[in-house]
Design a protein around this ligand. Structure first.
Ligand SMILES: [Zn+2]
Length: 80
């Protein structure tokens, strides 16, 4: 997991707040604090409940706003 604020890699202890079922999906908010910058990374997840847990169909990053879940570009350069 990479922090959307400071880009620190961290092992999240994700907290979940379940919102409930609507006509299509089950919704929950997942969030974890970054141990480096102490800010929360918050996602809204809509999915279907399966035996292994919630399978996400929709994922929206709530905070930091504008961040995406795209794979982070490589930070280290092999050219140095
Ligand atoms: Zn951070």
């Amino acid at each position: 997991m990479q922090c959307g604020h400071c880009s620190a890699d961290y092992h999240p202890q994700t907290a979940i707040r379940q919102l409930g079922q609507d006509a299509d999906l089950f919704w929950q908010v997942e969030y974890e604090p970054c141990p480096r910058c102490q800010k929360l990374n918050i996602r809204l997840v809509g999915g279907r409940t399966e035996a292994t847990g919630l399978k996400a169909h929709k994922l929206t990053v709530v905070y930091p706003k504008g961040a995406s879940r795209k794979p982070a570009p490589p930070v280290r350069s092999d050219q140095s």
